[in-house]
Design a binder for this molecule. Structure first.
Ligand code: HEM
Length: 510
């Protein structure tokens, strides 16, 4: 019976695609140029047949078609924008025109509670309300200070883990440890509680599953095929159930704590460590959002997961690449260590204020973001209505993909862009660079314009603190028979294909 249904669906799909193919040319005048595609499927089959990461295909097409080009991926039209000028024009000068997000696949809609997240919401009142709440409640200086204990606790745990791992295995692995640390910090920021490592690991594994499940699949490009992917939708619903089971108890405990007015440490077993109002979820309990009113548990799980997802892999990836360069270039590592000792001493705890005094640390982290932006594209954008860019038409239903990694490699904008040189941010071509892209787009690892990452300052703080504490605690050296390998691979962020392993020697006796 299932087989018969699939055959009927395939016939329907064929005729729908044929209809779309015949109808499309009428509405698709003056799109940017692009590679010729196959009937019905556009460039989709060509991309699949190449069996290499999409970003490598884009790099080659950029050479042929220039700074703006079109790829027809099944029913989806992708407009790829790669030049500094056009990215600046679209995201900053005409930011409101390109500030929306495209339609989502049914699987993504499950995890975003129907686009109820900051990152997926269309440009409009819902997005504005959620983003305003994030900015005022999560990243204001008082909140950041209130969460100092979380960072200290999570980083201390990581240093202990590294020591244990090095004793047991002879080396320490960077990414998996940093990922767990970043994830712990964000979970505790969301729920204000000290959470056990086992539960954090559970949440982290669900998070990995959600990322994998949400990566683009055939129905994203050919929505007419969705009925053939019923199994995927079923699996996504099961994973969503697991996500709810992990996070709803934390939400309920926190709500009870807030309703009690916080207080009594003994009643909470010391678990609720952030005062009422200091956890992200506290701000969501009372929030009324346009079109939805008060948020339910589904939406609370979704919005907290967004924070955990948004800041875990991105920040951990940046630390791994920074450590890669410190392991391979001992001179940079020693210069950084000397700066840390000068500001806080051999054993002082590095704080947010100390990080601001560490110019060289800032330069190392900035150079890491330039040389290894965790994501090579920002999230997909969409025009709010049909418009034009670079002299071409941009339809409202197209995905506008900004390939921002390219600008940080452009030899027209940077001297020796392939080299890792933190000094460029202290005295050379990087000194004047504005990482928000407001003045000009030379490196925008957090995007630019209205959709710029609202977690930019928090993410940067976490990367700075973790690198500083790791270098203060240990001297990092290459493993002799497994030297660090800079080959990249794509796993939501652009990580090292062979995860970084290093020998670590404690720097001081205490
Ligand atoms: C090193 C760390 C980080 C990097 C490199 C990074 C990068 C990005 C990028 C490239 C975007 C897309 C911008 C666009 O579409 O134009 C983004 C969006 C976003 N990021 Fe981050 N991010 C980081 C850390 C964080 C953290 C720590 C959080 C949360 C605490 C966060 C929350 C978000 C959210 C909510 C959005 C959606 C913004 C919107 O659509 O309005 N990110 N981030």
């Amino acid at each position: 019976m299932d087989h018969l249904i699939n055959v009927v669906i395939l016939i329907l799909v064929f005729f729908s695609l044929l209809f779309l193919q015949l109808w499309r040319p009428l509405s698709r005048k003056n799109l940017p140029p692009g590679p010729p595609g196959w009937p019905l499927f556009g460039n989709l089959i060509q991309v699949i047949l190449q069996r290499r990461p999409f970003v490598f295909i884009i790099r080659d097409l950029r050479k042929k078609y220039g700074p703006i080009f079109t790829m027809q991926m099944g029913q989806r039209t992708l407009i790829i924008v790669t030049s500094s000028d056009l990215i600046h024009e679209a995201t900053v000068q005409r930011g409101a025109d390109f500030a929306s997000r495209p339609a989502d696949s049914p699987i993504r809609l499950i995890f975003s509670s129907g686009k109820c997240t900051i990152n997926s919401a269309e440009y409009g009142p819902l997005w504005r309300a959620l983003r305003r709440n994030f900015v005022t409640e999560l990243i204001n200086p008082t909140r950041v200070r209130q969460c100092d204990w979380i960072r200290n606790w999570a980083i201390e745990n990581q240093l202990e883990r590294l020591k244990k791992e090095a004793t047991e295995n002879g080396f320490a692995e960077v990414l998996s440890n940093c990922r767990l640390t970043m994830c712990s910090i964000l979970i505790c920021i969301c729920f204000g509680a000290r959470i056990s490592e086992d539960l954090i690991k559970d949440i982290e594994s669900v998070l990995k599953g959600v990322i994998l499940m949400s990566t683009p699949k055939l129905p994203d490009f050919l929505p007419v095929l969705t009925p053939l992917f019923r199994r995927h939708v079923r699996e996504a619903r099961e994973l969503r159930k697991r996500q709810m089971e992990c996070l709803v108890p934390l939400i309920r405990e926190r709500k009870a704590f807030v309703e009690r007015g916080g207080g009594d440490h003994a009643v909470n077993d010391g678990k609720m460590a952030s005062p009422v109002g200091a956890a992200y979820v506290d701000s969501l309990f009372e929030l009324e959002v346009p079109g939805r009113g008060r948020l339910g548990e589904e939406e609370l799980v979704t919005l907290c997961s967004e924070v955990i997802n948004g800041g875990t892999d991105t920040s951990a990836t940046a630390v791994e690449w920074a450590m890669f360069h410190l392991v391979t270039d001992q001179e940079i590592q020693e210069k950084l260590y000397d700066e840390i000792v000068e500001v806080v001493g051999e054993n002082g705890v590095v704080t947010e204020n100390d990080v601001e005094k560490m110019g060289y640390l800032g330069a190392v982290v900035k150079e890491t973001f330039r040389r290894h932006p965790p994501t090579h594209f920002v999230l997909s954008h969409a025009a709010v209505k049909e418009t034009e860019l670079g002299g071409y038409t941009i339809p409202a239903d197209a995905n506008v993909e900004f390939y921002t990694a390219w600008v940080a490699e452009d030899p027209g904008l940077w001297n020796d862009p392939g080299e890792f040189r933190p000094e460029r941010f202290l005295e050379r071509d990087g000194v004047e660079v504005d990482v928000t892209g407001t003045r000009a787009v030379k490196m925008v690892p957090f995007g630019s314009g209205r959709r710029i990452c609202p977690g930019m300052s928090l993410g940067t703080l976490h990367v700075n603190l973790l690198v500083a504490r790791m270098v203060q605690a240990f001297k990092w050296l290459p493993v002799p028979d497994a030297p660090p390998d800079p080959t990249e691979t794509f796993a939501f962020t652009v990580v090292m294909k062979n995860p970084l392993k290093a020998l670590i020697l404690p720097r001081s006796s205490s």
